[in-house]
Every structure is written in C-alpha cells, then in structure tokens.
Design a protein around this ligand. Sequence first.
Ligand code: PRP
Length: 181
Amino acid sequence: MNEKIGKILVSGERLAAHVKRLAAEIDRDYKDKKPLFICVLKGAFVFAADLLRAVTIPAQVEFMRVSSYGADTVSSGNVQIVQDTDLPIKGRHIILIEDIVDSGLTLASLKSLLEKRDAASVRLCAMLDKPERREADIVPDYLGESIPNEFVVGYGLDYNEMFRELPCVAVLKPEVYVSSE
Ligand code: PRP
C-alpha cells in the first residue's frame, strides 16, 4: 500500500461489502423503474463504476459536475453546474451517486435542481457520510457508512487531485499535508 497512508479507515473489502448491500437494496426498490443514475464528478466515479456493475436491474448512467463552494457560500440553492446531463430528467427516477456527503450543500442543490426539472423521484446514494459536518437538511437514502470528521482520501476522494486511485478510504500521514503546502 502507498507509503503516505497513515491509517486505513475503510478497507477495500468493507467497501465491496457496502456496494453489494446497496446494490441489492436498489435492485429491490427500483425493480421495473429503470432508474437514471447520476454520478457526481469527480469523486464518485469509482463508487459509481462499482455500483453500476453490481445492480442487476436495467439502468442508465449520466454524469454531472458542479463547482465547489467558496468560503463565503452559505446558500444551499446555487451550485454552479460545470457539466450537465444529456438525457431528459422529466419523469425519471433519479439516483444521485456521491462518494461523500459533507456539508450536504452539493446534494441539496442538485436534488432541488432535478426536482425543478420534474424528475419523478430523486434519491441519494453515498458511500460515506460525515454527519458532524452537515449544514443542509440532507440524509442519504442509501449509505455505505458514516465516518468521523477526518480528512480522507481514496476510493475516488482526493487531496490536491491525488490519491483517488487508492482501493480503500484512508487518512494520510500528517507530513504529506505539510510537505505539499
Ligand atoms: C466532494 C464530494 C461531494 C462534495 C460533498 O466533491 O465528491 O461532491 O464534495 O461536499 P458537501 O456535502 O460539503 O457539498 P469535491 O468538491 O471535493 O470535488 P471532487 O468530487 O471533484 O473531488
């Protein structure tokens, strides 16, 4: 494993078990509904790839990318859409896929945007949740697990665009942050 990792918080095996369980829940809930999965880039690409291959119901996938929040952003109503979907949303059952819910502002905004576009339903599926950090009224409908408020990388999550490729969720050694400042 990477020498910069200090502690593994969620192992690859545990992530895989979460994927299997969540896919089974989605299979059960969306039988005959042909959901449209929307992967929120970039972080969710690894989870989305695993989840999409684990569900057995007919499904489609789209990608959206939103801008991150500036320090002065307090509203949950306005994420900037950097990359939008190509497929029509109206009447579709949407499952938003996220690697992590932190403040909840990203998901709250996306959910409200998709509801305005007349989605038939919008549910949220996240691998990780940091409930301590929540600012918006958001609870994932499908969740891998809640984690403490630590800065984590891997399984799609980055630090300065690095470490997304790690197969587990980990905390980096403190010197990694110092040396890259
Ligand atoms: C992360 C994550 C979510 C968002 C969650 O993305 O993938 O999209 O933050 O934070 P919130 O609950 O406080 O809104 P990030 O902005 O780091 O971009 P990335 O996915 O491209 O790494």
